[in-house]
Design a protein around this ligand. Structure first.
Ligand code: DON
Length: 576
């Protein structure tokens, strides 16, 4: 078990007198004695994201006296400029905020919504078959964006700076230009054919006249995006939902067969929700409720694993991987049936995250061999029961933000709103277009996730805060579609169960199972001995893209630690 360190109420003390920080943590934890990788360390705050420039912008805000929410909102806008393959204004996401002063933890749901004109069978062709091009590569695949409203809401509720102040660094980047990094370059290289075909506007911005994408180090200026950001900075999110930007979106939709209207945009509201909570070996877990499935299933899987003492078997031993894979199968089976937008259908959250339900599932688990996925059915709740980009910021006041937002695919639908300079999401593909037909991540969705106007599509995004003795201890989340939940599970277990520091926890090889297809995805660095044992237990192993990408931050013993996923070419955790 991770060593327990006495930091009772440290955040309450810091909130009333931040200068106390200098009196704490005279004795840093001793790393280096057997650790395979060291996290970044800070004394006064930490930001970890997949983008270097954005992390630095967040850190500048913290250094200047802003709080974690100010910094998180600034990072969100910055990544919309520097990381257009995932950071966005045209998408949506989920933010988990712990506000120290009021000792509250709240989930801001700014997931996209289906437009008013959306219908259940809108992606079916004449034969009744799903046409994935419609939900993935057309304006019909775009949900009503929530990012601008979500970030503005977070700032208004818990921030200390104005929208104009937190957006200014992003305006500077877009207007004066910024050096393209390797991550953006490779994404542009991969996306070239589709972007050229689907969005001449985007193609003319991100590629040179001879078709070369901007190369790492080349300075890219984004004047239209700068104009959009300036409008939001001066007029607030109304500029996006009711003003000039709403008009640009609606006009492009109307001309090109999309559904989003000015009315859809004017109607959009983010939702404040209670986080899903649970506990694991004395730590408290808070994560994202529906319409994300992330929080429900992270708590469900931790409940199933808690009594099994995985550390006894050793990290990534065949037995430990097997026990995790079994829990993943049961959780994803339940996801397929019970999860969706709880504003439309009751999701039996309390039952799914109860220790009793986890006990009943554990009783069904085969402890020694793989259970055939076909024999696992989603559970039945008692009748009376109710029912891709992540970053973290922790500040010296004890505030903490874990935020995941996305436009779904790399560059979303690949379609950029002409004149407005940002890509539109293709999040509608996360709905279940037809029962039992998998979406882009191979996920099977049920009735609760069918398309209805104004409904939010089911997500796997899992921004998570683990608390120790009531104070934020570990923040993490990730990207990778269906793999996000299992990646976050493993990062949390690596720290809480396998005694890893946050850098080791993020870097350690991971596995993924999602019930269907009945395959255990594994990273290639899982050793051959383990693979052979897993095969002998009945697993079909699939090597390759096994896991999501994660970022994590931690506060322990008066120090801040951070790590961004070494699986990515860019990314930066930095403290001060
Ligand atoms: O909400 C979801 O679950 C997906 N749209 C997330 C997409 C994603 O993580 C893509 N990143 N690689």
């Amino acid at each position: 078990m991770k060593k327990q360190i006495g930091i009772v109420s440290i955040f309450c003390l810091l909130a009333s007198n931040p200068s106390l920080l200098s009196q704490i943590a005279q004795e840093p934890p001793i790393y280096g004695s057997g650790d395979s990788s060291h996290p970044v360390v800070g004394r006064s705050g930490i930001v970890s994201s997949r983008d270097e420039l954005s992390t630095k912008i967040g850190l500048d805000i913290l250094k200047a006296g802003g709080n974690a929410i100010d910094a998180a909102v600034a990072v969100g806008f910055a990544m919309a400029v520097t990381t257009p393959q995932a950071g966005n204004l045209g998408g949506g996401g989920f933010m988990l905020v712990h506000h120290a002063e009021t000792d509250t933890t709240i989930a801001i749901d700014y997931r996209e919504k289906a437009p008013l004109g959306a219908t259940r069978d809108m992606y079916l062709d004449e034969e009744g078959n799903v046409d994935p091009n419609k939900s993935r590569y057309s304006r019909m695949g775009a949900g009503v964006p929530g990012t601008v409203a979500g970030l503005a809401m977070a700032l208004e509720k818990f921030g200390t700076l104005t929208l104009a102040e937190v957006i200014q660094p992003s305006i500077n980047l877009a207007e004066n230009g910024f050096p393209v990094d390797y991550d953006l370059y490779t994404s542009l290289k991969r996306g070239k054919e589709n972007i050229q075909k689907l969005s001449p506007e985007a193609y003319s911005i991100y590629y040179h006249k001879d078709g070369r994408p901007y190369y790492p180090g080349e300075i890219l200026k984004l004047p239209d995006l700068a104009k959009t950001l300036k409008a939001i900075a001066s007029k607030g999110s109304d500029a996006f939902y009711k003003g000039s930007i709403a008009k640009l979106i609606a006009r492009d939709m109307e001309t090109n067969g999309g559904l989003i209207t000015q009315k859809d945009l004017a109607l959009y509201r983010p939702a404040l929700r209670e986080p899903v909570t649970g506990d694991f070996n004395g730590y408290q877990i808070a994560s994202m409720p529906p319409p994300s499935s992330g929080g429900v299933h992270i708590v469900q899987m931790l409940n199933m694993l808690e009594p099994l003492d995985l550390s006894e078997y050793g990290h990534n031993s065949a037995k430990a991987i097997h026990l995790m894979a079994e829990t993943m199968k049961y959780a994803y089976a339940d996801r397929s049936k019970h999860l969706g937008d709880s504003d439309f259908n009751p999701v039996p959250v309390d039952w799914l995250v109860s220790k009793e339900y986890a006990d009943s599932l554990r009783d069904k688990m085969n402890m020694d061999a793989a259970t055939d996925s076909e024999s696992i059915m989603p559970g039945t709740p008692p009748i009376e029961g109710p029912d891709t980009t992540h970053y973290n910021v922790i500040d010296k006041f004890g505030n903490a933000v874990a935020n995941t937002y996305t436009i779904n695919f790399s560059f979303g639908s690949k379609i950029l709103v002409p004149g407005a300079g940002f890509f539109l999401n293709n999040e509608m593909d996360d709905f279940s277009a037809k029962p039992n037909v998998p979406n882009a991540y191979g996920l099977i969705g049920g009735e609760f996730n069918s398309i209805e106007s104004e409904k939010r599509m089911l997500s796997s995004m899992t921004p998570t805060i683990v608390f120790k003795e009531g104070a934020p201890y570990l923040l993490c989340g990730g990207r990778g579609g269906s793999r996000i939940i299992t990646a976050v599970l493993q990062v949390v277990l690596n720290v809480l169960e396998f005694d890893m520091n946050v850098s080791e926890a993020v870097a350690a090889p991971r596995v993924h199972h999602q019930w269907l297809p009945d395959q255990l995805r594994i990273e290639k660095t899982i050793n051959t001995d383990t693979k052979s044992i897993l095969e002998s237990m009945g697993y079909e192993l699939k090597a390759g893209f096994a896991t999501g990408y994660t970022n994590a931050a931690m506060f322990e013993d008066g120090f801040f630690y951070g790590a961004s996923d070494p699986r990515l070419p860019s990314g930066l955790a930095e403290g001060y």
